[in-house]
Design a binder for this molecule. Structure first.
Ligand SMILES: [Zn+2]
Length: 438
């Protein structure tokens, strides 16, 4: 089994390479802007947004493309295409969503004339063809863009001496990212390495089901008759705070707006990683060998039928990518522990009683409770969904669905543990269940 790890590294010969890295960081910003302008034009003319292969074909001969190694330029165009894609998804539901901005800041004189334009130092990514690694001396050679080789005798690469934490083994480098730390005024390297590790045995044969949502970002039901809730209040608070702050910025593509976007995204990433880690740790403790997680595509197959599900979730298009992103992180962290993650259809999982299998179209969810008239039960609605996902009710035939209650107790379905997230301490349990106010 392969795992990828990213290591941050200090640059030891910073004063020698700083200028060259600046040039490449600015080149990445310029290429981003050119491709951004091009994409907007195509969008205006045709109503379609070019994808990354369109952009690569179109801009291959452009002078700014030659400011970076070809694979590095390609990566910039891929990032832009991804940014347009996610905007395109958001704008269907949110007319205020802005397309990806330009990476520059303009300065004006008193008469309103532009006197100066500044490009920020964008992150530059090198892929395998642009990297030569010298592990003995902790050095990487990063290929320059053709434009930055002024003289024929100039070196073709930037020779960077790096320093990682002493316990880190840098091997099989897949990617190098040069990232500019504005606060420190320094570049640093992120080294993405591929390690070969043994696939561990699964911790056990128990199973878990995860339902993702807005109020509770995740509800988890375990075959050990335990359930946990992870409220998404931190994500929601950020979702109010950051757009408001970003709207206050004069320039949507300017330094402050870019900083806020980066901060927001960093906090989300942090939340996803600590949540995935927490769930996987619980799974290891409880001997779980398989996790079922609700698959959004399953919902999209039949939109009309599932309109209630969409309502419950809030805005799926807006959050679909977040669930996707989280699922990928969870799958990765689980795999390292030998736990399999399977995406299963979540069709009907919110309106079916997980105890008796009765499907109720009226979907009686009251104050976060799922109420079943058939077996007279009241469960936490999200835990009910998670348990149905764990049972993968869409793969079962209807006869077996009615026998689920059997000798199983159901009390645990109404009293999940609740974990709240805190930036410094990660997740910690909270005694009472929080009421969701949508
Ligand atoms: Zn029931």
């Amino acid at each position: 089994m392969h795992v990828h790890r990213t290591y941050r590294a200090k640059i030891r010969n910073h004063s020698q390479v700083e200028q060259m890295l600046d040039l490449h960081g600015w080149s990445a910003s310029k290429l981003w802007n050119v491709a951004n302008y091009h994409s907007r034009q195509v969008w205006e003319e045709t109503g379609e947004i070019p994808d990354d292969s369109d952009l690569k074909r179109e801009l291959k001969g452009h002078d700014n493309y030659k400011g970076l190694h070809s694979q590095s330029s390609q990566r910039v165009l891929e990032e832009l295409a991804e940014a347009f894609n996610s905007w395109y998804g958001k704008r269907k539901n949110d007319s205020r969503a802005n397309p990806p901005g330009y990476r520059k800041k303009n300065y004006y004189d008193d008469n309103g004339n532009r006197v100066h334009e500044e490009h920020p130092r964008s992150t530059v990514t090198w892929k395998q063809k642009g990297i030569r690694h010298d592990p003995k001396h902790n050095r990487v050679r990063l290929s320059k863009g053709a434009n930055h080789k002024e003289h024929p005798r100039d070196w073709d690469y930037i020779l960077v001496e790096y320093e990682t934490r002493p316990d880190v083994t840098v091997e099989n480098i897949q990617q190098v990212r040069a990232v500019y730390d504005t606060a420190k005024g320094r570049w640093e390297l992120h080294l993405v390495c591929k390690h070969e590790v043994e696939t561990p045995d699964a911790p056990g044969t128990e199973t878990a089901g995860i339902d993702l949502g807005i109020c509770n970002f995740a509800a988890v039901a375990y075959s050990t008759e335990e359930a946990d809730l992870y409220p998404g209040n931190r994500l929601k608070q950020d979702g109010y705070y950051f757009p408001k702050e970003i709207a206050k910025c004069d320039d949507s593509g300017g330094k402050e707006a870019t900083r806020l976007h980066a901060k927001w995204s960093e906090r989300r990433t942090h939340f996803f990683h600590s949540l995935a880690k927490h769930i996987v740790e619980r799974c290891v403790e409880r001997g779980v060998g398989r996790i079922n997680i609700g698959k959004l595509n399953g919902v999209r197959e039949d939109e009309n039928r599932e309109s209630k599900n969409w309502g419950r979730r809030g805005n799926l298009d807006l959050h679909g990518w977040a669930f996707d992103r989280f699922t990928k992180i969870l799958t990765y962290k689980a795999k390292v522990e030998g736990i399999e993650v399977i995406e299963v259809s979540e069709r009907d999982t919110s309106k079916t009683c997980c105890a008796c299998g009765r499907e109720d179209d009226s979907q009686r969810v009251e104050r976060g409770l799922y109420v079943c008239e058939e077996c007279d039960a009241a469960f936490n609605a999200d835990v009910n969904g998670a348990e149905n996902i764990r049972l993968d009710i869409n793969q079962r035939n209807s006869e077996s669905a009615g026998q689920l209650s059997g000798d199983r107790s159901t009390g645990w379905l109404a009293q999940p543990g609740v974990y709240l997230h805190d930036l410094s301490h990660g997740f910690s349990p909270r005694e009472q269940v929080v009421d969701c106010k949508p």
